[in-house]
Design a binder for this molecule. Structure first.
Ligand SMILES: Cc1ncc(C[n+]2csc(CCOP(=O)(O)OP(=O)(O)O)c2C)c(N)n1
Length: 289
């Protein structure tokens, strides 16, 4: 997984409390504080932990897909990446491996025009990502990523194909990153404000989808404001509780990587405990030992 797909996790049943616990690295966090914030993962929901080392998730997904194939499972792996991810070596290795092993994997590329401040024109001169999939022998489709229904039907058909025909499929969803890359980025430094505004207003995919469900009588502005205020309240509650929840115990820093904790790690744990005893002023008084 990359870092822009919490929606997938939400859809599968990850709760707002779980999101908040992960961000606060508390005892309720499944990763027990061993990942950076927003690096969610859930074994129960078959969601591999987010990797922000760009494109490293792609070969992993092919490995997962290949193992599903060998086990004869009626399932496929799905992996997400950006246009920037397609400029990494891992993208090429993954596509080629997937093609030759006929692994049931969906590569979903979010071509949003930018890898932080690097536009796609400075990344490649091919006709986007879709042609590269074809070049590797991976069936590929380009879709309007701002058209919810088009994307839904493309992904649905691709999933069916990946599983029934046991093959990889690449989807290039064309979109635009309206927000800054992250909180440390100011995208107005490298692109015109008018361009951002056009995508934010006239081309906003949420407005487009809302119009469609409203015109079918499935949605209304009242339903929207009720949903927004309910979710906002649930989210604030989850954040407040997560903020107050105790941190994981110190021993969790040393567990879960190996089946049995090896002696060098036990030794490090001992040193750490001794250091805390010698310098208690450097650690919070409620530090969970
Ligand atoms: C291997 C690696 N190189 C560089 C970075 C720094 N970095 C973080 S996000 C990013 C841009 C990624 O762009 P893209 O894949 O298009 O995804 P987007 O954030 O636009 O959705 C870069 C270069 C990183 N995280 N990992």
């Amino acid at each position: 997984m990359q870092y822009r797909e919490p929606g997938v996790l939400l859809w599968r049943g990850f709760t707002l409390e779980q999101f908040a616990n992960q961000c606060f690295s508390n005892r309720g966090d499944d990763c027990r504080g061993r990942q950076m914030p927003i690096h969610y993962g859930s074994k129960k929901l078959n969601y591999l932990t987010v990797a922000s080392t760009i494109a490293s998730q792609l070969p992993h997904a092919v490995g997962v897909a290949y193992s599903l194939k060998m086990d004869g499972k009626d399932a496929c792996a799905v992996t997400y990446f950006g246009d920037g991810g397609s400029s990494e070596g891992d993208f090429h290795a993954a596509l080629n491996f997937a093609a030759v092993t006929e692994a049931p994997v969906l590569f979903i590329c979010r071509n949003n025009g930018w890898a932080i401040s690097t536009p796609t024109s400075d990344q490649f001169r091919s006709d986007g990502i879709v042609v590269r999939g074809e070049a590797y022998g991976v069936r590929s489709i380009r879709v309007d990523g701002n058209d919810t229904l088009a994307l839904y039907s493309a992904v649905r058909a691709a999933r069916e194909m990946a599983i029934c025909e046991q093959r990889p499929i690449l989807i290039e969803a064309m979109t635009y990153r309206v927000g800054h890359h992250s909180t440390s980025d100011d995208s107005t430094k490298y692109r015109p404000v008018d361009e951002i505004e056009l995508w934010r207003s006239a081309r906003d995919p949420i407005t487009r989808f809302r119009k469609w469900i409203e015109s079918n009588g499935w949605w209304s502005s009242e339903a929207e404001s009720e949903l927004r205020s309910n979710v906002r309240k649930q989210l604030l509650d989850a954040i407040q509780v997560a903020e107050r929840t105790e941190k994981p115990p110190l021993v969790d820093m040393f567990t879960d990587v190996y089946d049995a904790v090896p002696s060098n790690l036990s030794e490090q744990e001992k040193w750490l405990r001794e250091t805390i005893k010698i310098h208690p002023q450097d650690y919070p008084s409620d530090f969970p030992l």
